[in-house]
Design a protein around this ligand. Sequence first.
Ligand code: HPA
Length: 268
Amino acid sequence: MKQTIDILIERLNGLAPRLALILGSGLGGLAHQVEEAVRLPYADLPGFPRSGVTGHAGELVAGYFAGTPVIMLAGRAHYYEHGNAAAMRPVLEVLAGIGVSAVILTNAAGSLKAEMPPGSVMLIEDHINFSGTNPLIGEPTERRFVGMSEAYDEDLRGALERAAERAGVLLQKGVYMWFSGPTFETPAEIRMARILGADAVGMSTVPEVILARFLGLRVAACSVITNLAAGMAAGELSHEETKDMAPVGGEKLARILRQFLSDGVPDA
Ligand code: HPA
């Protein structure tokens, strides 16, 4: 990882962001709004994953957003691409290695609540790991026993809620449940998820949250709702729908994030 950290530090040329954003479907456009941008394809960063999912580019963009130094990661590796839940570990290790202290993760998700329709944005307050795996399986040190009681940082959550209010965007709150994918859920699985306490379902983010906490990074995460979950609306779910709908909530989330950064990130 040292090699990648050195490459990045050299390319950043003195810029020292404390905050990184991992952009999910529909938010990749945010990376184009970075000023004085340094762009690095993942292919130039040893250890970084190659994402094959359309709608995910695979580029690290560093620079200024709303006047604040940031790193944006457009493109992530998903567990369902290869069965490796730890595929994002090198990325998070490199971020921690260059002095990033907080990450904000974004994703596209299906909603379990009719009152949180497509186009909504949900602040993740907690998650349920329903994948049956964990990115820290195989980690040999005692550090693997990571506490997850406060995985989603209270100060960051509060700041995002205030930013949403100031930006005039409704920010819902809830529990995100990680299904491995790549299939969408069945209606029976969604009824189960609701009973278990989920508000939204998706195929990403949770492994990165676990890895980030393992590395001592502070975490916040937001879902852009692209659809009502399986069985809640007529018709079959599709990746096309996810890609078509993500920019609607994505535009709202972009406004929240811009406000959040211009207000000043707590401790970052
Ligand atoms: N399920 C899982 N992942 C998703 C969904 C969904 O309904 N929508 C967008 N990503």
